[in-house]
Design a protein around this ligand. Structure first.
Ligand code: 5GP
Length: 206
C-alpha cells in the first residue's frame, strides 16, 4: 500500500552524453510503474529516427520564443545553440492523478526546477569516468567534432554540480542505473514527510 498518493516529480539530469535518455527508456520499460514522460520542446533539428511528439516537440525559434513570453515553460535553457524546454501544462494534473512525472533535462534547466518545485526528486546521472563520457559522445555519432568538444567542455563544468542533487546514480550499466532510479522512487514515496498525512488518516479510521 502506497501512503503517498500524489505522484512524484522526478528530475533526471546530468551532462549530455551520459546516457540519460537510454536510462530513462530502460526505466519506462520496467514493469509495474506509474511513470509518465514529460515530452520536451526543442528548436534543435530532428535526428534520424526521432519522432515529433514522441521524442520531442520540434518547433521553430519563433514558436519557442512565443511560448517563453506566454510563460508556458516550467523551465527552459539554451543548450549548445538550441532551445530546450519543459511544457508546464498537464504536469500538475498528472501528479494529482498519482503519476510520477519524469523530466529528462540538462543541468541549467534542473536548477530552475529546483527553485520552483521544492518537492521534486533530483537525480544526477554520472558517467563512470570522464573518459567514458568522451567515448560515448564519439560513439553516438550524432554530433559534429565541434559539438562534441562543446558538450565535453560543458560536462566538465557540470560534474561539480552533482552535490546539489538528492541522488547520484552512476550509469555503469543501463539496467542497473534504471533499477537504482526505481528504488529511489519507491523509497521517496515512503518518506515520512510524504506519507504522514495519509498515515494519520488511517489511524483515525481504525
Ligand atoms: P539532445 O540534443 O542530445 O537530445 O539533448 C541535449 C540536452 O538537452 C540533453 O542533456 C537533454 O537531457 C537536454 N534536454 C532535453 N529536453 C530538455 C528540456 O526540456 N529542458 C532542458 N533544460 N534540457 C533538456
Amino acid at each position: 500500500m502506497k501512503l503517498n498518493e500524489r505522484g512524484l516529480l522526478v528530475i533526471i539530469s546530468g551532462p549530455s552524453g551520459v546516457g540519460k535518455g537510454t536510462v530513462r527508456k530502460a526505466l519506462f520499460e520496467m514493469e509495474g510503474h506509474d511513470l509518465v514522460y514529460s515530452i520536451s520542446m526543442t528548436t534543435r533539428p530532428q535526428r534520424e529516427g526521432e519522432v515529433d511528439g514522441v521524442d520531442y516537440f520540434f518547433v521553430t525559434v519563433e514558436e519557442f520564443e512565443k511560448r517563453i513570453n506566454e510563460g508556458k515553460f516550467l523551465e527552459y535553457a539554451k543548450f549548445v545553440g538550441h532551445y530546450y524546454g519543459t511544457p508546464k501544462d498537464k504536469i500538475d494534473e498528472q501528479l494529482a492523478k498519482g503519476k510520477e512525472v519524469v523530466l529528462e533535462i540538462e543541468v541549467q534547466g534542473a536548477n530552475q526546477v529546483r527553485e520552483k518545485a521544492k518537492d521534486g526528486v533530483f537525480i544526477f546521472i554520472a558517467p563512470p569516468s570522464r573518459n567514458a563520457l568522451y567515448r560515448r559522445l564519439l560513439r553516438r555519432g550524432t554530433d559534429s567534432k565541434t559539438s562534441i568538444k562543446n558538450r565535453m567542455d560543458k560536462a566538465n563544468r557540470e560534474f561539480p554540480l552533482a552535490h546539489k542533487y538528492d541522488y547520484i546514480v552512476v550509469n555503469d550499466e543501463v539496467r542497473n542505473a534504471a533499477d537504482r532510479i526505481m528504488a529511489i522512487i519507491r523509497a521517496e514515496h515512503a518518506k515520512t514527510r510524504r506519507s504522514i498525512y495519509k498515515y494519520k488518516e488511517m489511524l483515525e479510521v481504525e
